[in-house]
Design a protein around this ligand. Structure first.
Ligand SMILES: C[S@@+](CC[C@H](N)C(=O)[O-])C[C@H]1O[C@@H](n2cnc3c(N)ncnc32)[C@H](O)[C@@H]1O
Length: 321
């Protein structure tokens, strides 16, 4: 059976099953209104490409525009999943979890701390690449003086938030694959959960190596995807050239670009899996408390089912120049 036929069968099966459930809601008057409370039928479904998403492969400016359109909206919104998950944290990553981790904020802090633990000496200058809203940059202030910290991000809006969140550091709008720093500027570089957006990881690693001092370290977390072809369906992701399938591929790329003493681990079971289960739990809690309606619940769950299929190894990496 072809993929198109399978998709058609899946849709028919699920829609028929869900349709039958919806029909039977008639038997308990009032339930439908309760389940649908606040549905904005005219709003774009969760998981749909943002307004203006063009055909894939539009070049670096298009990629930056799409990345910024997506994150500058999603990061600052408290609607849907963001409001349910984030609490007070301004980290925007899926985090690192263990049995004591009870929320997304703790998971993101744990991820940051695990990456910093790779650095034996927390001294000299450090660069926070793709700093997001500056939660990581702010936490760096626990280890480094403000004058020793630089942060970059591709979005002006997020750079401004970073300046407010981490006073005294230097934050600039800059693309990770085109670092406007002189050679051998930094003792360490941090990059949390962003390199899957870069056009390409190779260019970023070359740039990171160039701006690191000899002996300096790059620490990062990154997510690999399971399908090269499917990446082109996401306007916020770069070309298929950025695709890496395995930890071994990642290690080989680091070696080819000139890094040594490479520690690259797949921590999917401590990163994606617990984040996924946490989200599933949170959305059901919200549904039971009528903070999410049936349509929102269903759309978020399907977006997460899709992401689960696409999410491969989740890497924690430390490498040395
Ligand atoms: C999943 S978020 C992670 C943000 C932050 N590191 C954190 O952990 O909270 C990915 C970030 O990468 C940034 N980004 C994407 N492509 C970039 C690029 N080419 N150069 C710099 N930043 C980029 C986005 O703007 C976004 O802030």
């Amino acid at each position: 059976m072809s993929d198109a036929e399978l998709k058609a069968k899946l849709k028919a099966r699920l829609l028929a099953g869900i349709g039958a459930q919806i029909d039977s809601i008639d038997n308990a008057p009032g339930d439908l209104a309760a389940l649908l409370q606040g549905v904005a039928f005219e709003a774009a479904p969760v998981g749909e490409a943002p307004e203006g998403a063009g055909a894939p492969g539009g070049g670096p400016d298009d990629l930056a525009r799409m990345v910024n359109a997506y994150y500058d909206e999603a990061f600052y919104s408290r609607d849907g999943i963001m409001g349910l998950l984030l609490g007070e944290t301004e980290f925007r990553n899926i985090g690192l979890w263990d049995e004591t981790t009870s929320n997304q904020k703790e998971a993101s802090e744990r991820l940051f701390d695990a990456l910093l633990a790779f650095l034996p000496e927390k001294s000299g200058r450090i660069l926070d690449v793709a700093c997001g809203m500056g939660a990581s940059t702010r936490r760096l202030l626990r280890h480094f003086p403000a004058e020793a910290i630089d942060a970059i991000n591709i979005s002006q809006k997020q750079v401004e938030t970073t300046r407010a969140n981490a006073p005294g550091i230097t934050a600039q709008v800059m693309n990770a694959v085109d670092l406007r720093f002189t050679d051998a500027s930094f003792d360490n570089i941090l990059c949390i959960e962003a390199a899957f957006h870069f056009e390409t990881r190779r260019r970023f690693l070359e740039e990171a190596l160039r701006v690191l001092k000899p002996g300096g370290r790059l620490v990062l977390s990154d997510v690999l995807f399971t399908s090269k072809e499917r990446l082109s369906q996401y306007p916020t992701l770069p070309s298929a050239e950025n695709h890496l399938a395995t930890v071994q591929d990642y290690r080989a790329l680091l070696e080819e670009t000139g890094f040594r003493e490479i520690d690259a681990q797949d921590a999917r079971d401590r990163i994606w899996r617990p984040h996924f289960l946490h989200v599933v739990n949170k959305v059901h809690e919200a549904f039971l408390e009528r903070r999410l309606n049936l349509v929102q619940l269903t759309e978020i769950l399907w977006a997460y089912y899709n992401l689960d299929v696409l999410t491969g190894p989740c890497l924690l990496v430390c490498a040395r120049k």
